[in-house]
Ligand binder design. Structure first.
Ligand code: ZN
Length: 140
């Protein structure tokens, strides 16, 4: 299942120390009426809450990591969920000893964050509950 999009515009920006990444990105998408696209970012966080989806239990296990970490890669997509722009974000973080952790991103407090949003032009994907996975996935 694929859709064809054109690139409408590219936004580049940063968040400031203390801002929360997921809510700030969501707000930015709503304010700019961005309903489909790609997000990427790098930087550093003071703490983060990330998750792993347990496929057999069909439930997320989330974990708060309260330490300064580098954002090696934040990557995500934008679509519509419950009629609103929704960013689905994943993150790879590195710790002081350079080991990495990662997962589905719930929230993260910015130390420094630089990002790009590539906005698509076309009819956006809409998320709908999927019985098979227990996730809200794209429908046609
Ligand atoms: Zn996810």
């Amino acid at each position: 299942m694929i859709k064809n999009f054109n690139i409408k515009r590219v936004l580049q920006g940063r968040l400031f120390m203390g801002e929360e990444i997921v809510s700030s990105i969501t707000k930015l998408l709503k304010e700019n009426s961005i309903t489909s696209g790609l997000i990427s970012g790098i930087g550093a966080v003071k703490r983060a809450k990330i998750g792993y989806y347990d496929q057999s239990k069909k439930a997320y296990i989330s974990q708060e990591v309260n330490e300064p970490m580098e954002i090696l890669s934040l990557k995500g997509n934008i679509s519509i969920k419950d009629g609103e722009p929704f960013p689905h974000l994943h993150i790879v973080l590195s710790k002081e000893d350079l080991t990495c952790i990662g997962g589905h991103l719930y929230e993260a407090e910015v130390f420094a964050f630089e990002f790009e949003i590539i906005e698509f032009e076309g009819s956006p994907f809409q998320r709908e509950f999927d019985e098979n996975t227990g996730l809200f996935l794209w429908k046609n």
